[in-house]
Design a protein around this ligand. Structure first.
Ligand code: IFM
Length: 444
């Protein structure tokens, strides 16, 4: 049996969600359409031909959902704001009804002593901006900074943190590189230029938000992994090195060192991004925290067909290898390579084919997953990595992008016909785990 790890007394325990995946109310109270609303209109884009029009109906049921978080004894909640709900066109007029929703949500969280952690962009660009070129247009970065400043002005004194982007790697590579995500473009050069504009928008947004001087901590959330060579062959090792450079270092380098990694730049060749003078200085700014989302490692094999990852601890319902030690390895590697601010694990969790059985949802696999990842996290912290909190992905089963509702990541089961929420065993386990952590400190 794995030993229970010890976390500091002030460690934050939370859950995470994102707007498009749970809110629904896609056309209510003045919200404008986003690129995901549009993307879902093409049936072949989403595995179960679903969309986000109702999702988990969180827009109307947020009080119940906040009540669930409170009942689990958690102290933090990470959510994202739908840009097109508060600024329907992505520029110009603000939508007060949209801001009111987030004000009510924040009120409800604060009433329960749950710290709100807000993400500005979790992939749902206002459609109006897409028509004007989307993230391929440099101007979108400036529109994002305007939006960020308005949000910081209204909420920067009420939320614990504001992250600019969630997983810009996905926005660029899945949205523009292989068309799996909205807006559905498949063009390598565009993906790389988009990644630069996303980083630029992050830097511009930081500058704009700093002008407001609100107390919220400012940062960014990156999905990251280690890249392991399948064998000791030179080809596998090179592949792993390049993979790490093109994914992790591509975003970390500009933010923490002020430049793109040489290896990746060389590999991109003519696809390397157009960078204006001064861009790198804008991107290379101090941040208060780094959010790390960890799900799996990259396993790099140059053989044809490639050697599959050994997956000794199995795979999730997404087919992702379960590899908790990768979290320790990743954090130690980042710690060695960069001068890091405080880190939050802003997402970690697994999809599982959960079912309600007599009003219970047995999901032992998820409990093992979370327990082992927390142990791996504690190990990295014991080696000096400054991690301040952990957000389990996700509070609710929700719209898993191009997989629609076919994949369940929640610790709370959602019946999409009735919108009934049922706590899974993992939710109860997480509640008890956090309780136990707190008790350790009370007893000490
Ligand atoms: O559901 C997503 C989330 O939106 C971003 N990070 C990964 C999760 C699981 O795929």
């Amino acid at each position: 049996m794995t030993q229970v790890s010890h976390f500091p007394a002030d460690f934050s325990w939370g859950v995470a969600t994102s707007a498009f995946q749970i809110e629904g109310a896609a056309n209510e109270d003045g919200k404008g359409p986003s690129i995901w609303d549009k993307f879902c209109e093409t049936p072949s884009h989403i595995k179960d031909q679903s969309n986000g029009i109702v999702a988990c109906d969180h827009y109307h049921r947020y009080r119940e959902d906040v009540g669930i978080i409170a009942s689990l004894g958690l102290d933090s909640y990470r959510f994202s704001m739908a840009w097109s709900r508060v600024q329907p066109q992505g520029k110009g007029a603000w939508n007060e009804a949209g801001f009111d929703f987030y004000a009510r949500l924040i009120d409800a969280l604060c009433e329960k002593n749950i710290a709100p952690h807000l993400t500005l962009y979790h992939w749902d660009l206002p459609l109006g901006l897409q028509t004007a070129g989307g993230w391929l247009a440099r101007d979108t970065a400036y529109r994002f900074a305007d939006y960020a400043q308005e949000v910081a002005h209204r909420f920067g004194h009420r939320v614990a943190s504001i992250a600019t982007h969630n997983e810009p790697w996905c926005t660029a590579n899945l949205g523009y590189g292989n068309a799996q995500f909205a807006p559905g473009v498949a063009d390598a050069k565009s993906a790389i230029q988009v990644s630069h504009h996303l980083l630029l928008s992050h830097g511009l947004a930081l500058q704009a938000m700093r002008q407001v001087a609100a107390p919220a901590q400012l940062g960014i959330v990156l999905n990251q992994w280690t890249a392991d060579a399948a064998t000791d062959s030179a080809a596998d090792r090179q592949m792993a090195e390049l993979e790490y450079a093109r994914s992790v270092q591509w975003f970390m380098g500009p933010i923490f060192k002020g430049h793109y990694p040489e290896l990746a730049l060389r590999a991109h060749g003519v696809n390397a991004p157009v960078v204006h003078e001064g861009d790198m200085a804008i991107i290379h700014q101090k941040i208060d925290f780094l959010g790390v989302n960890y799900y799996f490692r990259a396993y790099c094999s140059a053989e044809v067909p490639p050697r599959p990852a050994p997956a000794q601890q199995g795979v999730t319902d997404m087919g992702w290898e379960i590899y908790p030690q990768g979290l320790t390895e990743l954090l130690l590697k980042l710690h060695a390579e960069y001068t890091l601010p405080s880190i939050y694990i802003t997402e970690n969790g697994m999809a599982n084919a959960d079912q309600v059985e007599q009003a219970k949802v047995p999901d032992a696999a998820r409990i093992d997953f979370v327990r082992e990842h927390l142990a791996a996290l504690a190990k990295a912290m014991a080696h000096g990595v400054d991690v301040r909190g952990y957000f389990l992905w996700s509070l609710l089963d929700n719209f898993e992008w191009n997989s629609g509702y076919s994949k369940r990541f929640g610790i709370v089961h959602v019946d999409y016909l009735t919108q009934q929420r049922t706590l899974k065993d993992s939710a109860l386990w997480y509640r008890d785990y956090v309780r136990q952590q707190r008790a350790i400190h009370v007893a000490a």
